[in-house]
Design a protein around this ligand. Sequence first.
Ligand SMILES: *Cc1c(COP(=O)(O)O)cnc(C)c1O
Length: 373
Amino acid sequence: MIPQTDPRANYLAHKTEIDEAIAQTLMAGRYILGETVAAFEREFAAYLGVGHVIGVGSGTDALHLALRGCDIGPGSRVFTVSHTAVATVAAIELAGAQPVLVEIDPVTFTLDPQHLEDAVKTLRRRAGGAGRDAVLPVHLYGHPANMPAILEIARRYELTVIEDCAQSHGATIAGRRTGALGAIAAFSFYPTKNLAALGDGGAVATDDPALAERVRLLREYGWRERYVSAISGLNSRLDALQAAILRVKLRYLDAENARRRELARLYSELLAGSSLRLPVERGEVRHVYHQYVVRSSRRAALQAHLAATGIGTLIHYPVPVHLQPAYAGRLPLPAPLPHTEAVAREILSLPMFPELSEAQARQVAAACLDGGF
Ligand SMILES: *Cc1c(COP(=O)(O)O)cnc(C)c1O
């Protein structure tokens, strides 16, 4: 049996160090925020090349707090994609803003800048007014969105740029890390992500000290000083055990991303002659393969065939946000989303995690080919 992902294997790969870090944290006696969280925040900020990281309770919270930190709320539109984890859109609504779902580039599966510009123009013409609007590109599967073009559009239309980096820890464009490209960024440390806690966790990253300060207050009741709320906030804090685990795993992030890239290269080499459409790297990007996603017009048969040979796969994501019961018909679509809908019918995520062996990856590729795909 080859699983699609295996967070336990990653724990076992670093078990001695993680167990030691957990034991130390338990003995230190500070379990929420504190020095361990502050140390992780400094180390992750240095890794990203930004001035500030704020540890929070989850990736969804990180997006929500990043939006609120930028004053994006009621009256604001946030342009993002429908082909994403529902958390992206849920966070926009949590902040009180209006999500506007835009078409993707079907090759990289990320926000299409031309469609973004068309959507901004259409909505501002139709509904008027540049409120305080934002664009929220998602670096889906570990492939950075086309940030040079998105940043240029954001500059022209005065959009705040908030990056969803939940799947792109360590990915770069022209050598700069995702999370350091917009005004602010949100990370998730959900156990299957490239940088993963052993529970929920997230972080906000920014180079702007004033924004960082606002998010820091928002995550703990708006406290600047204990028990005195300077602004109205909420409770979303990273706990010390998760921070201690993340400090260990951060040291291996580059090596594990390199391993994911090696596995991706092997898959692509072995599947080159197949009928599957394979992932690409477009532009000056370093893809970190949170997922290795293929497209097939016979997706159901492919998934069933792999399952029958003991190979786990997943679909990220089977239903675009605009077609889900909670959102259908309720969110403005400035234009139809044919690529988004076609992609959702054809994508399949093959097994991908750093502990996957070369032999296992060969077995997956051979199963695809043997099945006639
Ligand atoms: C995982 C994920 C999130 C949400 O993170 P949680 O930690 O699960 O709240 C947001 N956006 C994307 C693209 C994700 O993959």
